[in-house]
Design a protein around this ligand. Structure first.
Ligand code: KIV
Length: 257
């Protein structure tokens, strides 16, 4: 059964954790969907894990759409959410509408995600939801702002924590259907989760969120570098090296084919 936006809110109310992972191509999306992941995010982390850029800033809307199309072709049940990349939505509400509209029309994704909780972004979320485009919000560490924020934990001082809490409340009121909380203190994430009616999806934000998201390359041990809060459940990088070296040996020895 395909996951719906309404189900996510019901799961929050029922205390059923929401599972989210990122995907950037068809075969990975097919496997994650088969494994029962609830939300597959075509995150702009694609820039780093799939395209080899050094940050998320260079990835373009066309590249996101290209990869989101492949992901959607592999998914039957999960809700697919696609990130709007840096500078495809920040200059005006109209720009955000055009970019989000393209994502929904061209890829088959059900929703978009955008970063930030400043007043302009709250207005953008309200306007997108008003025209029927579901929005997942994202506050705390927002990697598209790494030039200003760095990659460090956000919300450590009471002032910063209050600001992030206010942003999360405003984004929920503006109509976001869920919100990613990235790299903020666990107790702040717990307060936000308690205060807003929409699901919080944590990454580096403790275990009191309504769901968790990881970059799948980190979970699989494929990333060359990963953030301190990520966890690898398998070392696929090493398994691939072993398989390739077995193949090489068998070919050299004329054992294969
Ligand atoms: O781009 C991404 O993968 C993300 C997740 C880390 C939430 O935004």
């Amino acid at each position: 059964m395909a996951v719906t936006l309404q189900q996510l809110t019901q799961w929050k109310q029922a205390g059923r954790s929401i599972i989210s992972l990122t995907a950037w191509d068809y075969s990975l999306a097919q496997i994650l969907d088969q494994a029962g992941v609830d939300i597959i995010l075509v995150g702009d982390s694609l820039a780093m894990v799939g395209l080899g850029y050094s940050s998320t800033l260079p990835v373009t809307l066309d590249e996101m759409i290209h990869h989101a199309k492949a992901v959607c072709r592999g998914v039957k049940n999960a809700l697919v959410v696609c990130d709007l990349p840096f500078m495809s939505y920040q200059t005006s509400v109209t720009q955000a509408m055009v970019a989000a509209g393209r994502v929904l029309k061209e890829t088959g994704a059900s929703a978009i995600k955008l970063e930030g909780g400043q007043p302009r972004m709250i207005e953008t979320v309200a306007e997108l939801t008003a025209i029927g485009i579901p929005v997942m919000a994202h506050v705390g560490l927002t990697p598209q702002s790494f030039q200003i924020l760095g990659y460090k934990q956000q919300g450590k001082t009471p002032e910063q924590a209050n600001l992030i809490l206010d942003q999360a409340i405003a984004l929920a009121q503006a109509g976001a259907f869920a919100i990613v909380l990235e790299h903020i203190p666990d107790d702040l994430a717990a307060v936000i989760t308690d205060k807003i009616a929409i699901p919080t999806i944590g990454i580096g934000a403790g275990n009191q969120c309504d769901g968790q998201v990881l970059v799948t390359a980190d979970l699989l041990g494929l990333s060359a570098r990963q953030p301190p809060f990520a966890k690898s459940y398998v070392n696929l990088r090493q398994l691939i090296i072993n398989a390739v070296s077995d193949f090489t040996q068998e070919v050299q020895n004329h054992q294969f084919p």
